[in-house]
Design a protein around this ligand. Structure first.
Ligand code: PSV
Ligand code: MN
Ligand code: MN
Length: 386
């Protein structure tokens, strides 16, 4: 009962990969090193370009500032372009400086808020040099104990800081505002949910949009509902894809719950967000124990499979079943699409485009990992726990 996705529909998929996925990362227990880890942003881009070269799915790379800091941004941009990719979203960082112990944009001290706003203005300068469109703001702000600070006053300070940053973004820029329900703050987070992000984005204006990170919800949250609602409201700016078993695990997207990923993509397509450059699909993952470039290849392929399954949904039959209130048939049509083995179709699709049918095997056979392990001695830098 499933339908066959068209090559044009499959080709609308674009996924941005994060520079930090290629650096070493870990937990508070241990950061394990991996041979061949990039030593600087130039090498991270070289790794990211391998993902795109083998899959054709990942043409842009998100940066994290100042994890990614170079003297010559123009040189980094040209390097990316020479490798066949482009620089993407710039992520700010207000969570690794002692001054931000009690928050950044919502901090009670105006001096610290000033510093946090200035950091974002610096990110905007970087965006001019990199040609990036999106400034992504994720805040660690919040409190650990009831009474520690005024929840309400923090919202007011946050709104004021955000509006100062927003006033500095250009007409071609966007501010995308991410929410997270807990961690590192444990009692309250200043932007805990999509509603709070939405409220701030609406107050800011047209070019402020919500970022939905799939790992940032309480267990059991119906994420596809949030996708549907934000698309309805024209405020879904970007996804951060990853998987969670317990909390913000940052594991490979589609690894923990491929059915949830499928349901999310079904709503993305239904709401007109699929293939719309205004709904940026980004990975936000860390590969703590697995090889990083293959981890990213697996991730983009998992998203591609979810998209192909969702495009296999027989919309017409589903519309009829829904109109007839035929609950079981509607659910069966949905499950038929999910159960479709799209791997042969995708292999064929890649071959038709001159890409390897099996990008993972092709990459592993290319000798790239062995080569960088020999060349890059001392690469421990980048990202979480570095
Ligand atoms: C922290 O939870 C986080 O994973 C957020 O999701 C950000 O997007 C990312 O770090 C990078 O700042
Ligand atoms: Mn995220
Ligand atoms: Mn996260």
């Amino acid at each position: 009962m499933a339908v066959t996705p068209t090559p044009e529909a499959l080709d609308r998929l674009r996924i941005e990969v994060p520079s930090w996925a290629f650096g070493n990362s870990g937990t508070r227990f241990r950061v394990f090193g991996t041979p061949g880890t990039p030593r600087d942003p130039f090498e991270k881009l070289a790794d990211a370009a391998e993902v795109h070269r083998h899959t054709g799915l990942a043409p842009t790379v998100a940066l994290h500032y100042p994890w990614d800091r170079v003297d010559d941004w123009g040189a980094l941009r040209r390097h990316a372009e020479d490798l066949g990719v482009q620089l993407g979203t710039v992520n700010s960082n207000t969570f690794q400086d002692d001054d931000f112990k009690f928050g950044s944009l919502a901090h009670p001290d105006p001096r610290v808020r000033r510093k946090a706003v200035d950091h974002h203005l610096e990110c905007i300068e970087v965006m001019h040099a990199t040609g990036s469109r999106d400034l992504k703001v994720w805040l660690a702000d919040g409190t650990n104990y009831p009474g520690q600070d005024s929840i309400r006053e923090r919202q007011d300070r946050l709104a004021e800081s955000l509006s100062e940053i927003y006033a500095h973004i250009d007409a071609e820029h966007r501010m995308v505002l991410e929410y997270k329900f807990f961690e590192p703050a444990f009692y309250h987070t200043d932007i805990p949910d999509w509603g709070t992000s939405y409220v701030h984005c609406v107050a800011l204006g047209e070019r402020a949009k919500v970022v939905l990170d799939t790992g940032h919800h309480a267990p059991g949250t119906n994420i596809e509902f949030i996708v549907a609602q934000l698309l309805r409201l024209g405020k879904l700016g970007a996804f951060d894809f990853n998987s969670r078993f317990y909390a913000d695990d940052d594991l490979i997207v589609g690894a923990a719950d491929p059915f949830q990923l499928f349901r999310i993509v079904v709503e993305l397509i239904a709401g007109g967000g699929y293939g719309d450059p205004d709904v940026q699909l980004v990975l936000d993952q860390c590969h703590n124990i697995e090889a990083k470039v293959p981890g990213q290849i697996r991730s983009v392929l998992n998203v591609q499979e979810a998209v192909a399954k969702a495009l296999s949904l027989d919309d017409e039959a589903l519309a009829v079943a829904r109109r007839d209130c035929d609950v079981l048939l509607a659910n069966e049509i949905m499950m038929d699409a999910f159960a479709t083995d799209v791997r042969p179709l995708l292999a064929e699709h890649r071959a038709a485009k001159g890409l390897p049918e099996d990008p993972m095997r092709a990459f592993l056979a290319s000798g790239y990992l062995e080569r960088v392990a020999d060349e890059r001695v001392g690469g421990t830098q980048a990202g979480w726990g570095a």
